[in-house]
Design a protein around this ligand. Structure first.
Ligand code: NDP
Ligand code: MG
Length: 424
């Protein structure tokens, strides 16, 4: 066991949904502030073939001795996954897409090293909930990451959370499960990692300020936006990320999801969350206190830093991530968001206010609409329109179960298809 020196910031909910704060009601064998992890910390990386997953593998490799790779998962990129298995040698490697015939061929291969092959979501959940894992890096994209995030916190694992969709869809359930098991949720999303570092006490906060790059289309004339191609939307100016989150950045749905994520993680009401455009992506977010002081976290845009922070917290270790160059001139600018350019953003504030089933519906509608855009079936500007329409027509419930959330998810996807067919 490792005893943590510092406690995470206190959240405001104080109710059943306190998140990254250590809950007061600890199990008998755990003292407040005590992490139930071994040395080296045993790490599972879910979605190792993705952008965050690859960076997480590098971080674990650069911390040999204090971090140890226990489990990795992928969905479809089997060739890359096989290479990762041979290079990084996890204890267990899981391909989640068990219906794919290629997965069966992959499973039947022999492993020259001592790692074990498995397939399917159940196998993944079994792997990450056992004693061989202390920390789960949730880097699967979309609601597909929800069950594994929930399973990790239900079993008291530290959740290094990149998969913001888990919180957007089921924030209340995830936080309640974390409270019950004393699991920690440490944000990997760079904005939330910044706030986590800058937040002393939620009671003293006036507002938190999430920064947004504005995406690749931030300087386009408004009337041109509906002509944006897939390549235009994927040409992000400061971050290199997976396709779905890159499209979300172009529409600013990503920031809408992050408003909801911040609301759940830090227990801050929507009214105390503000978004500003900061094109350089150096200030990752800020906390403004009652007295007017603003505390920000700065670093060059590189996800390895927040991943490392979530894995090694509360210790700060040497990083391989890029550093600020204080000898080169650098201007930092920001300006308000134009709601006409980014109509998706307001939906995030609405969902953070209404909660209940709204997050599941918005997230599913967005996932379906982004997929249609990436198949050239709708325009980029249709994404926010489809999401608004589906969100406003759904059958709202204030206290949904997981099953109800997943039903709403399915309904919202079908509605987006219906909405699209009605346009044709
Ligand atoms: P990528 O698209 O690059 O990677 C997604 C990963 O998820 C891949 O390993 C993929 O496997 C796996 N995956 C896809 N579908 C499924 C499924 N149905 N079941 C299980 N696994 C699946 O995404 P990113 O790495 O960019 O993003 C991952 C998460 O992190 C997202 O939630 C995103 O919002 C969040 N995030 C990302 C940031 C970034 O800089 N990229 C920054 C902050 C948050 P395979 O490729 O083998 O099919
Ligand atoms: Mg982010």
């Amino acid at each position: 066991m490792v005893t943590s020196a510092a406690k995470p910031p206190k959240t405001q909910h104080g109710s059943s949904v306190s998140s990254i704060v250590y809950p007061d009601d600890h199990p008998a064998d755990t003292e407040p502030g005590e992490l139930r992890v071994s040395v080296p910390r045993k790490v599972a990386i879910l979605g190792s073939t993705g952008s965050i997953g690859k960076s997480a593998l590098e971080v674990v490799k650069s911390h040999a001795g204090s971090l140890e790779l226990s489990c990795i998962s992928c969905h479809r990129q089997l060739d890359l996954f096989e290479q990762q298995c041979r290079e990084y040698r996890p204890r267990i490697a899981v391909v989640t897409d068990e219906c794919n015939p290629k997965t069966h061929r992959w499973l039947s291969q022999s492993s020259p090293e001592s790692w074990h092959r498995a397939a399917g979501e159940e196998a993944l959940i079994q792997a990450i909930t056992g004693p061989e894992v202390d920390v789960v890096v949730a880097a699967i994209v979309g609601v597909a990451g929800l069950r594994s995030s929930l399973a990790a916190v239900e079993h008291g694992k530290r959740l290094a959370l990149a998969n913001k969709e888990s919180l957007v869809v089921a924030g209340e359930l995830l936080l309640a499960a974390a409270k019950k098991s004393c699991a920690e949720i440490i944000p990997v999303d760079s904005e939330h990692c910044a706030i986590f570092q800058a937040l002393e006490s939620v009671e003293l906060v006036d507002r938190i300020i999430l920064t947004a790059s504005g995406g690749p289309l931030r300087d386009w004339p408004l009337e041109q936006l509906e002509k944006a191609t897939i390549a235009d939307a994927l040409a992000h100016p400061t971050w290199s990320m997976g396709r779905k989150i890159t499209v979300d950045s172009a529409t600013m749905m990503n920031k809408a999801l992050e408003v909801i994520e911040a609301h759940w993680l830090f227990g801050i009401p929507a009214e105390q969350i503000q978004v500003v455009i900061h094109p350089q992506s150096i200030i990752h977010s800020m906390v403004e206190y009652r007295d007017g002081s603003v505390i920000a976290q700065l670093s060059p845009p590189d996800m390895k830093l927040p991943i490392q922070y979530a894995l090694t917290y509360p210790t700060r270790t040497q990083a391989t991530a890029k550093r600020m160059d204080w000898n080169s001139p650098q201007a930092l600018t920001w300006y308000p968001v134009d709601p006409q350019r980014y109509p998706a953003l307001e939906l995030g504030f609405e969902v953070a206010r209404r909660r209940g089933t709204c997050g599941a519906v918005l997230n599913a509608a967005n996932e379906a609409a982004v997929e249609l855009f990436l198949q050239s079936k709708i325009r980029l500007t249709d994404i926010a329109k489809a999401c608004r329409s589906v969100l406003h027509h759904h059958n709202f419930a204030s206290n949904p179960s997981l099953e109800e959330l997943l039903e709403q998810d399915l309904w919202a996807r079908q509605e987006v298809m219906r909405w699209n067919n009605s346009l044709c």
